[in-house]
Design a binder for this molecule. Structure first.
Ligand code: SF4
Ligand code: SF4
Length: 159
């Protein structure tokens, strides 16, 4: 639990990513599962396209990795996010707190650190639990490209 003076700003507004402790860093993840969807990269311009196809280790209903500790042995291209790669976070979905903070943006109103519960991620339509498809049901990734709901735009329209 992060102790916070009522008058002080929350840690994600006070600290840079590089200044956060492990617990703070981990708490930024909203559990949406979007980064665990397979992506395709355009070889010509580097544009990243998300598909609805889930990584083999993603528990789609829970939006959790089924073997987080050993994931890199099973899925070698699974990236462990670290502040050292913050300048490369543009492949992350635009709703992701790591990308938002790295780009100097605020957390969205539906983020669990603000709402105090994880249901808000589902209610905002950010979670992949109702859209992701297991790998074994897919023949061609290119047929599964999707446009993720731009929940950041919805958030700023509300303000
Ligand atoms: S996209 Fe970002 S917030 Fe969502 S699960 Fe991945 S790391 Fe966490
Ligand atoms: S190995 Fe786990 S953390 Fe990595 S992409 Fe797959 S489900 Fe996500």
């Amino acid at each position: 639990m992060n102790k916070q003076d009522k008058t002080s700003k929350p840690f994600w507004e006070q600290k840079k990513l590089s200044e956060m402790n492990h617990q703070e860093w981990e708490s930024l993840c909203d559990g949406c599962g979007r980064c665990c969807l397979h992506k395709l990269e355009d070889a010509d311009d580097g544009e990243v396209y998300y598909t609805r196809v889930a990584c083999q280790l993603l528990d789609i209903k829970q939006c959790r990795c089924k073997d987080y500790q050993n994931r890199q042995q099973i899925v070698p291209d699974c990236l462990q996010l670290s502040v050292k790669q913050a300048q490369f976070f543009d492949w992350l979905p635009n709703s992701c707190a790591y990308r938002l903070l790295a780009e100097g943006e605020s957390l969205p109103s539906w983020h669990p650190l603000i709402t105090g519960n994880s249901q808000s991620v589902i209610d905002a339509g950010v979670s992949v639990r109702d859209l992701a498809k297991p790998e074994e049901e897919v023949d061609d990734l290119a047929d599964e490209v999707i446009a993720l709901l731009d929940v950041m735009k919805a958030d700023s329209d509300e303000a």
